[in-house]
Structures are given as C-alpha cells and as structure tokens.
Design a binder for this molecule. Structure first.
Ligand SMILES: Nc1ncnc2c1ncn2[C@@H]1O[C@H](COP(=O)(O)OP(=O)(O)OP(=O)(O)O)[C@@H](O)[C@H]1O
Ligand SMILES: Cc1ncc(C[n+]2csc(CCOP(=O)(O)O)c2C)c(N)n1
Ligand SMILES: [Mg+2]
Ligand SMILES: [Mg+2]
Ligand SMILES: [Mg+2]
Length: 353
C-alpha cells in the first residue's frame, strides 16, 4: 500500500496566506508536497521528474484526461469538487482497464487572479480523494493562464502483466453490460444549471452530485479480469463509446433502450418529459464501465454485481455487423437517427463554449 497523504494541506511553511501572496513555489511546497504522502517517487516535489520503481510481473497503465472550466465543469463549481472530479474521471479510465491506481501527476493552469483560499480548497479536494482512492501525487506542473482554469491529470495504474482489459476484445454473441446507471451526469449538468424545474429538490441534488462527483468503478474493474472480453468507461455517451468499442473489436452491437439502467431520479425526469430516454444514451459524463462478456459468464457477472453492491445490467449483445450500433427503442423498432455523444470538434461545425 502506498503512503497516504497527510491529514491537511496548507499548513506548511505558511507563505500562502493572502490572495496577493500566491506564489508558484510556495503553492507547490504548501499545498502539493503534503499530497505526496512522502512517497519516494515524488522526491519531495523538488526534482525535474518523478522516479517510480517498476513492479515485476505488472504492467504500468497510463492515462491522461484534461478538464477546462466551462467545458467539463461549471466555472463556479466548488474548487474541492473540481479537484475530485479531475481525479475521478481519470481513475475511471484505469478502472475500465482493470487497473488499480498507483500515483498521479497534475498539470494545472490557474487563472492569474486565483486566490489562496480557492487553491487551498482545491488542494483539500485532492487530498480527500487521494485518501479515498489510496493514491498519491508524485509530480506535475503549475502555470498561470490568461484563459479559463485548465487542468490535466495523468493517472498511473498497475495491472498483472497481460491482463489489462482492452476495448478490442469483444466477440460476436457476447453480452453487453453496463455498471450503475446511465444519464445522471448529463441530467446533473442541467440540474446544476437550474434547468430541471419540476423535479424535487432531492432529485435535483442527487443528479447535480452525479455530475460534479462521478463514481469511478475502481472496485469493479480489477474484478472483471477473467470475465470481460472488452471494456471501456462511458465518458462521451453510451452510444458513441459503444461505437468505439465495436470499431476496436471489429464487431457491431445491438442494445435495447428499455434495458438501459436509469436512476429513480432520471426515470422521473423522463416520465415528467424533461428529457428523452434516447438523449440520456448520448449525454456523456456517466463514468460507468461498459463491458462485454460471454453469456457463459452471465451468472458470474450478476453475482459480482451483487457482491460489490453495484448494479450490473445486460443491455444487449455483440453482433457481426462490423462497427454498427443499433439501438432498439421501447416499441421494438430501431432508433433513427441515433445520436452518438459528445465531441469537442466535429467536422464542419464549431462549438462555442
Ligand atoms: N492529444 C493526444 N495525444 C495522444 N493521444 C491521444 C490524444 N488525445 C487522445 N489520445 C488517445 O486517443 C484514444 C482515445 O482518447 P479519448 O480521450 O477519446 O478516450 P478516453 O480518455 O477514454 O475518453 P474521454 O476523454 O472522453 O474520457 C486514447 O488512446 C488516447 O490516449
Ligand atoms: C459545463 C459543461 N458543459 C458540457 C459538459 C459535457 N461534456 C463536456 S466534455 C464531455 C465528455 C468527456 O470529456 P472528455 O472527452 O474531454 O474527456 C461531456 C459529456 C460538461 N461536462 N460540463
Ligand atoms: Mg481522454
Ligand atoms: Mg475512457
Ligand atoms: Mg471524450
């Protein structure tokens, strides 16, 4: 087990007291060094790079995702939740590969007018989730920007050599499974923006929390080794991401809309006509695991869900029509047109954020 970060941040050399006193190196010493938990790889955040000892028999799994204010989170979201979402979206990729977290690297571009209080709360959010997920910060980079807050986190994980779960392992006839519920993240963005009038305050709070604080399925991922053929996490939208899995595997997929698991809050939003079921399948921000498994493992998969207390739901099957995702609507007809999911760039279109 890696050393865990110390109990609080910001109580270091004490130079980070006033907004005008934000200083790059005091920031690193006061707020980020405590997040290393003294891990030797971090070298006290006083070197050019981190040095991580490779573990025999394991493969290192590396992933990086960036988050930008106004694109991935709301600019006024609480700083601790921004930090925790940043960790969680990256751990979600490790989980989908069957890997467990080892260490993280953070590259942060803070707006020039960031305050010491904001930074302290941000570091406290990092500390909280480093502890939750038993990992440490071992390096990074800190810059100021004239643009919006821009964050990038590299997650380093490990998996037994050769056992990592690829997107490319789906076979015709496999069941398609998804963890948890789909649609809460995209509905949660609308909830956080105050756009879901008609839902109860409890539903709005539940959904907004799912948007701001995804639940990376880090306990599930490693347990899928030996069961899942292909695996990925759902970040852009279920249909688009399933399309990626199909392309990587050279297969097609047929899923049934009515089987896609919704939370009670999302079901109510559909029932009240606030959103269509179809749009939840392409909304994104789910951070659930989408995986395929041979039908002979169906009982084992269901039992795994039971033992983790995490719903695992079969939503369809892998078919031979390479690359094509067919969505069957609740009336039994193929859905047309099929919206895929989030794209930062789309040929012939500009997104103004
Ligand atoms: N700028 C880049 N440089 C190198 N590789 C990249 C770059 N952007 C994406 N990739 C690679 O492309 C593949 C797909 O990336 P993508 O970001 O779509 O997946 P993801 O991180 O699982 O999804 P999401 O970013 O929506 O959470 C990955 O192998 C990723 O490493
Ligand atoms: C304020 C705000 N507006 C829109 C969205 C929706 N969104 C943005 S990026 C993305 C895909 C995952 O990101 P990436 O592919 O970059 O990893 C999604 C679903 C959001 N989260 N916040
Ligand atoms: Mg990515
Ligand atoms: Mg992913
Ligand atoms: Mg994406």
């Amino acid at each position: 087990m890696s050393p865990v970060p110390s109990d609080s941040v910001g109580s270091g050399s004490g130079h980070l007291a006033e907004p005008e006193a934000v200083d790059e190196f005091a920031l690193i010493a006061d707020l980020f060094v405590p997040l290393t938990g003294g891990h030797p790889a971090a070298r006290g955040l006083a070197d050019d790079a981190a040095f991580l000892v490779a573990e025999p028999g394991t493969e290192t799994v590396l992933t990086v995702d960036a988050m930008v204010a106004g694109v991935h989170f709301l600019p006024d979201d609480p700083p601790d939740l921004i930090a925790r979402k940043l960790i969680r979206v990256n751990l979600s990729d490790l989980a989908a590969k069957g890997a467990e977290p080892v260490a993280l690297l953070l590259a942060a571009a803070f707006p020039h007018d960031v305050t010491a209080d904001w930074l302290r709360a941000f570091a406290e959010g990092l500390r909280q989730d480093l502890t939750t997920y038993d990992t440490v910060l071992i390096g990074g980079d800190t810059v100021a920007t004239p643009g919006p807050l821009t964050l990038s986190l590299t997650a380093i994980g490990r998996v037994a050599a050769g056992q990592g779960l690829p997107r490319s392992g789906a076979s015709v006839g496999d069941d398609i499974w998804v963890s948890g519920t789909i649609g809460d993240g995209s509905l949660g963005l609308r909830a956080a923006r105050g756009e879901l009038n008609g839902l109860s305050a409890a539903d709005v709070a539940f959904l907004a929390d799912r948007y701001r604080l995804p639940r990376p399925r880090i306990e599930l991922g490693p347990r899928l080794i030996g069961l899942a053929g292909a695996s990925m996490d759902v970040s852009d939208g279920l249909i688009q991401d399933l399309g990626h899995l199909c392309r990587a595997s050279g297969v097609g997929a047929r899923i049934e809309m009515a089987l896609v698991p919704l939370s009670d809050s999302a079901s109510r939003a559909v029932d009240f006509g606030l959103v269509t079921l179809a749009s939840l399948l392409s909304g994104g921000d789910d951070y659930e695991v989408l995986f395929t498994a041979s039908p002979r493992f169906a009982e084992a998969v269901a039992a795994l869900g039971g033992s983790l207390g995490l719903p695992l739901t079969r939503i369809g099957a892998i078919v031979a029509h390479a690359d094509a995702v067919t969505v069957i609507d609740p009336a039994g007809s193929p859905l047309v047109p099929v919206e895929g999911g989030w794209r930062h760039f789309r040929a012939g279109q500009r997104r103004d954020v």
